[in-house]
Design a protein around this ligand. Structure first.
Ligand code: MF3
Ligand code: CO
Length: 255
């Protein structure tokens, strides 16, 4: 069931979204070569505590998951597309890192993700990251009343495929509000002019998951959570939570 939210609720989601933005900023700043991934999780935990917010990721247990999610954020390295668990592994110069995080504050959620290279990074990695960021930007631009969900999905898919990249199989965003995952699903593939009509008050997370090789196939790793590309090529991921308004899309997880 799709819920349309009021301007009062947009404000509360914006408050949660600001916390998400602060976590992403602080974690990105801490993400240097030599840092263990669980230290990044500790940075997120500290911000959440300071802001009196909680993580909607921690202990989250979708039906397909073998056990509840064990951390506050996801940290996905190189060929890991999404849901990487921050553990004792250490960041290395040149890694392509994605940090995905959420916050719940006063009953409302925000969810966002960024990818970046540790250090300078290689040219191909930088281009993959930049194209994925642009895919999100273009998809957000299409999220206006009167357009259809397929316009948003097609913006993601066209941006990735026109650059020679792939879209992780079955990936996409979701409605967001009092729960992190609500209706409607927001697929990363689709056709313009198809799908449900967008209306003011719809709050969604848009999240392109883009693969470097152009192939879409993924596998779940032995930890039961991490999703990696099947061919081992790298992937990038950006995400924002937004609200569709009569004045256009408003990014709720902006700094
Ligand atoms: N942004 C990710 C998603 O919407 C968040 C996953 S949360 C986790 O799928 F708890 F499942 F890791
Ligand atoms: Co999400």
């Amino acid at each position: 069931m799709v819920t349309y939210r009021s301007p009062r609720e947009w404000e509360r989601m914006r408050d949660a979204g600001r916390v998400v933005a602060r976590i992403l900023r602080d974690v990105s700043k801490a993400a240097e070569a030599g840092v263990p991934l669980r230290e990044l999780d500790a940075v997120a935990a500290r911000v959440l505590r300071e802001e009196r917010a909680t993580s909607p990721f921690l202990h989250y247990k979708p039906s397909w998951a073998p056990y509840p999610y064990p951390a506050n954020i996801c940290v996905s390295i190189n060929e890991v597309v999404v849901h990487g668990i921050p553990d004792g592994r250490v960041l290395r110069e040149g890694d392509l890192v994605t940090v995905d995080c959420g916050a719940r504050l006063n009953g409302y959620c925000g969810d966002a993700a960024v990818s970046f290279m540790v250090g300078t990074g290689d040219e191909a990695g930088v281009r993959l990251v930049e194209t994925t960021r642009v895919a999100l930007e273009r998809a957000i631009d299409r999220a206006v009343p009167g357009n259809r969900l397929g316009d948003v999905s097609a913006a993601v898919e066209e941006t990735a495929r026109n650059a020679g990249y792939g879209i992780a199989d079955g990936s996409g965003g979701h409605g967001i509000g009092t729960e992190m995952h609500e209706d409607p699903p927001v697929p990363n593939t689709g056709r313009r002019g198809r799908g449900m009509r967008l209306r003011e008050g719809l709050t969604i997370a848009i999240e392109p998951l883009v693969t470097e090789s152009g192939r879409d196939a993924t596998v779940t790793l032995d930890d039961g959570w991490s999703v990696a590309t099947r061919d081992g090529s790298r992937a990038a991921h950006f995400e924002h939570s937004i609200v569709i308004t009569g004045d256009g899309p408003v990014v709720l997880t902006a700094p």
